[in-house]
Design a protein around this ligand. Structure first.
Ligand code: ZN
Ligand code: ZN
Length: 338
């Protein structure tokens, strides 16, 4: 499913195309895609909130599949391996950020489904070292781990590295539904905030100690109780909602690649007291390894809705209108000629 140029999602800008299966470069693997999760970042790419860096482009970066072919220099992957292909496609390994363990901030990093073709397809190319080995499991339930899970985990660490505190989740979509489980199972007390009852119901089922409607005026009557918060909604006003819930010395981490402007912040009332706002950009491979290990050990459960690959536009339309509970995962298995 190919995007020629960004356009409003209602125009269904992704079109099905048939192409030859890609050839791996020396350090690459061809991955036969079983399924690909639909992330909000894909929506930002398709509608142009993120400026195009390569056109046409195949979106998708929550990919689960099997290695079908490997390049001549690949040593750590073998044909048949079950793997995940995540958002972080490649880093330079040489810039000041790569050299200091912060490859997520690399100046020359590349992204799956943005700077190179992604997983809304039957095949995708991945780079050795960035393609992640996956434990046995249901591919459809693992797909959301590859971005929603890993980046949600990085955000959780940024907001409140020490389990045991009370942490708020603002914007209860694909990422929050995984990160909240992780938080609860590690001993945090989780509070979910949303304007959608269905999302809050899911949060309660997953172990939230408290759920709060953000659109019925109840926020105005509350006192700050949070030790940390993660904002997933791409709406600046939600950052203010979070700040009003934060105790002194706490951090709100923003796990969004794009956000509408944050309204003026009342410094005296909501920021003073050493409250911090920090954005989260992508993830390191270390984050990915830690999260995948935890997901497996703590038996995280993804809530998924499966759709056909050809329904990628419809999946993004649902995401745009907040009509997805959990994550939509595209079934990319096709009977393609060998
Ligand atoms: Zn770099
Ligand atoms: Zn993503």
């Amino acid at each position: 499913m190919v995007l020629r140029a960004p356009a409003a999602i209602a125009t269904r800008p992704l079109r099905e195309e048939t192409r030859p299966t890609p050839e791996p470069g020396p350090t690459q693997a061809v991955v036969r895609v079983d399924c690909c999760g639909v992330c909000r970042t894909d929506l930002h790419v398709v509608v142009g909130d993120l400026p195009p860096v390569r056109s046409p482009i195949v979106p998708g970066h929550e990919i689960v599949g099997r290695v079908e072919r490997i390049g001549s220099a690949v040593r750590t992957l073998a044909v048949g391996d079950r793997v995940g292909v995540p958002w972080l496609r490649r880093t330079c390994g040489a810039c000041e950020f790569c050299a200091s363990g912060r490859e997520n901030l690399c100046d020359r990093k590349e992204f799956t489904g943005y700077s190179a073709d992604g997983g809304y397809a039957t095949h995708v190319l991945g780079e050795e070292g960035y393609v992640l080995p996956l434990p046995a499991g249901d591919a459809f339930r693992q797909a959301p781990f590859l971005c929603a899970g890993i980046i949600g985990y990085r955000a959780l660490k940024a907001a409140l590295p020490r389990p045991g505190g009370r942490i708020g989740f603002f914007g209860f979509g694909g990422s929050a539904h995984l990160t909240l489980q992780l938080a609860v199972r590690q001993g945090y007390e989780a509070v979910a905030y949303s304007r959608d009852d269905e999302h809050l119901e899911l949060a309660r089922r997953l172990g939230a100690a408290e759920t709060v409607r953000t659109d019925d005026g109840s926020l105005e009557r509350r006192r700050p109780t949070l030790d940390g918060a993660v904002v997933y909604a791409p709406a600046g006003e939600v950052v203010l909602q979070a700040l009003r819930e934060m105790k002194k010395g706490s951090t709100v981490a923003i796990a969004a690649i794009h956000m509408s402007p944050i309204p003026p912040i009342d410094y005296d009332r909501v920021l003073f007291g050493e409250r911090k706002i920090v954005s989260v950009e992508a993830n390191t491979r270390q984050d990915a390894r830690e999260f995948l290990t935890l997901a497996s050990r703590l038996k995280l459960e993804s809530t998924v809705q499966v759709r056909e690959l050809s329904e990628a536009n419809e999946a993004l339309i649902d995401l745009d209108r907040d009509a997805v509970v959990g994550t939509v995962v595209l079934d990319c298995r096709r009977d393609t000629p060998a």
